[in-house]
Design a protein around this ligand. Structure first.
Ligand code: SAM
Ligand code: SF4
Length: 314
C-alpha cells in the first residue's frame, strides 16, 4: 500500500517486548523498565492477528525486535506462526545476540530468514560498560552459533558513538576481510537517555569513510549505503538517519509491544490496535499508513517521541 506521499509501505517492525537483559546506556535507563502486566503486552495470538492484517494491507517483510526479542516468552511460537502467514516474504529479527548460543538453531528451524545482531564494541570491558551487564564473549559465540545454524548474510549493527567506539572503526571494518558479514554503522539518534548527550557523541556515518579511505562503494540495499574493502568477504553499511535521512524512501511502519502503530519512529502519533479485529483492524493499519509523517526532524532537534528505543523497537 502507498502512503499519502506515494511511498510504498511493505515493511513492519514489530516489537514483541520492551524488556531486555542488557541496559545499553544510549537505549535504556539503568534500572530497566517496570515489567508490565502480562495483559498489557500483545499476546502471541494478537501478534499473529495483527501481522496477518498487516500482510493483508501490503506488508511483505516483518522484523521482530524489542527490547530484546529473545527474552520474550513464546518467541519461537511467534516466529513459527508468522512464518506461516501466506504473502509474508521475509521474517527477520534484530537481537543483541546474547541468547543466540542456545536459540540460533531453534530460531532457524522456525524459518526465520535473517538476523541482525548488535555489537557496539570489540573490547570486552568496553562492551560490558556500554551494555551495563553484557559479556562480549556471549555475543561473539552467538554470532558464530547463528552462522553454524545456517543464517547467511549476517548483519552486525554498530551504533557509532564519538569518544566511545569510534577508535574501533578500523577493527570492525577488518572483520569483513575474513567473514562474510555486513558490518553496519548506525548514527546515534537523540532519543531517550542519549537525547541529552554531548554533541561530540553524535558522529556522521562519513566518519567511517574518513577513517577507512580504502572502502569502495558497492550497490546499496534498503536504507544502507554500502562499501567494500578490496578483497574482503563481507561488506560495510552506513545507516545515516541523521546526516542523510532516508525518509523519502522509508517503507516502514512500527508496532510497539503494547499494540500501538507508529508511522515513524520519531513521531508522537500512535494508533491503538488492541481490541480491533477483521476489517476494523485492517482499516486502522491503513489509516496509520496514510498518516505516516513525511519526515523526521532529527537533524534539527531530538526525537519527538516520548518513548525510549526499547519501547518502540529500533
Ligand atoms: N535488543 C535488540 C538489539 O539490541 O539489537 C533489538 C532492539 S534494539 C532497540 C534495536 C537496535 O536499535 C539496536 O541495534 C540498537 O543498537 C539500536 N538503537 C537503540 N537506541 C538507538 C539510538 N538512540 N540511536 C541509534 N540506534 C539505536
Ligand atoms: Fe537492550 Fe537492544 Fe536496547 Fe541494548 S539496544 S538495551 S540490547 S534493547
Amino acid at each position: 500500500m502507498r502512503d499519502q506521499t506515494g511511498r510504498t509501505i511493505d515493511y513492519l517492525r514489530l516489537s514483541v517486548t520492551d524488556l531486555c537483559n542488557y541496559r545499553c546506556r544510549y537505549c535504556m535507563p539503568e534500572e530497566g523498565v517496570c515489567k508490565r502486566a502480562h495483559q498489557d503486552i500483545l499476546s502471541v495470538e494478537e501478534i499473529e492477528e495483527i501481522s496477518r492484517a498487516a500482510v493483508a494491507c501490503g506488508v511483505k517483510k516483518i522484523r521482530l525486535t524489542g527490547g530484546e526479542p529473545l527474552v520474550r516468552n513464546g518467541i519461537l511460537e511467534i516466529c513459527r506462526r508468522l512464518k506461516a502467514i501466506p504473502g509474508l516474504e521475509e521474517l527477520c529479527l534484530t537481537t543483541n545476540g546474547s541468547l543466540l548460543p542456545e536459540l540460533a538453531r531453534p530460531l532457524r528451524e522456525t524459518g526465520v530468514d535473517r538476523l541482525n545482531i548488535s555489537l557496539d564494541a570489540l573490547r570486552p570491558e568496553r562492551f560490558s560498560d556500554m551494555t551495563r551487564r553484557g559479556k562480549l564473549e556471549d555475543v561473539l559465540s552467538g554470532i558464530f552459533a547463528a552462522q553454524t545454524a545456517g543464517f547467511e548474510c549476517l548483519k552486525l549493527n554498530i551504533v557509532l558513538i564519538g569518544g566511545f567506539n569510534d577508535d574501533e572503526i578500523p577493527n570492525f571494518v577488518k572483520l569483513t576481510e575474513a567473514h562474510p558479514w555486513e558490518v553496519r554503522f548506525i548514527e546515534l539518534m537523540a532519543m531517550g537517555p542519549c537525547a541529552c548527550w554531548d554533541k561530540s557523541c553524535f558522529l556522521p556515518g562519513s566518519e567511517v569513510l574518513r577513517r577507512c579511505p580504502d572502502l569502495r562503494p558497492i550497490p546499496g540495499e534498503g536504507v544502507a549505503r554500502r562499501y567494500k574493502r578490496p578483497g574482503a568477504r563481507g561488506a560495510v553499511g552506513l545507516i545515516s538517519p541523521v546526516s542523510h535521512d532516508f525518509c523519502g524512501e522509508c517503507r516502514r511502519i512500527r508496532i510497539t509491544a503494547d499494540g500501538k502503530l507508529k508511522g515513524c519512529l520519531h513521531s508522537r502519533e500512535e494508533i491503538d490496535l488492541r481490541g480491533l479485529h477483521g476489517w476494523r483492524l485492517e482499516n486502522a493499519i491503513r489509516q496509520g499508513i496514510l498518516q505516516k509523517p513525511q519526515r523526521h526532524h532529527l537533524a534539527e532537534r531530538p526525537s519527538d517521541t516520548p518513548r525510549n528505543m526499547n519501547q518502540i523497537g529500533g
